[in-house]
Design a binder for this molecule. Structure first.
Ligand code: S3P
Length: 165
């Protein structure tokens, strides 16, 4: 089985994914980390030197590789399910879990480390809040195609029970 954690930037996919994978004894993959390794560049550098379009192509390529594997927990980049046919691929090949947070909660979690994320690094507080609200509205229809939708405070035992049903 492959478990895909999806959701907005800052929703806790990597932390949750790591914990879930160690409970299940599965390998863990963070798609951003793999792409960083492949380019030898940070996400900021990839966006600014190579461009978002190439980054999105790399995400789709990587997803196509990952679906060949088994016993894996994947933390996806926040935009991955929203480009190409990625959400369909995710659902056809694994169990998807959407970590759903409110725009306010996302704002609070994203604001302190925003310099690490190219889409928000130059935004002031007001712009960041609008970006989160507007982008979430656009992406929600795709995120909501996940098999399971859970809140940020869902504990590991609940998640385990979900994926084992
Ligand atoms: C993005 C989310 C980021 C990273 C890139 C673009 C997005 O991943 O892939 O900055 O479009 O939402 P995280 O969700 O892991 O921050």
């Amino acid at each position: 089985m492959i478990i895909f954690l999806i959701g907005f930037m800052g929703s806790g996919k990597s932390t949750t994914g790591r914990r879930l994978s160690s409970k299940l004894g599965y390998d863990f993959v963070d798609t951003d980390e793999v792409i960083i390794d492949r380019y030898g560049l940070s996400i900021n550098e990839i966006f600014f030197q190579i461009g978002e379009e190439k980054f999105r192509e790399s995400e789709t390529l990587l997803l196509n590789e990952l679906i060949q594997k088994e016993s894996l927990v994947v933390s996806t980049g926040g935009g991955m399910p929203c480009h190409s046919e990625n959400m369909e691929l995710i659902n056809a090949n694994g169990c998807s879990i959407y970590l759903k947070l409110s725009p306010q909660a996302l704002f609070s979690r994203l604001s302190p480390g925003k310099h690490k994320r190219p889409l928000i690094k130059n935004l002031n507080d007001e712009e960041l809040m609008s970006f989160v609200e507007e982008t979430l509205l656009e992406r929600e229809p795709l995120y909501s195609k996940a098999k399971h939708v859970v809140g940020f405070d869902t504990d590991l035992e609940e998640l385990l029970a979900l994926v084992q049903t």
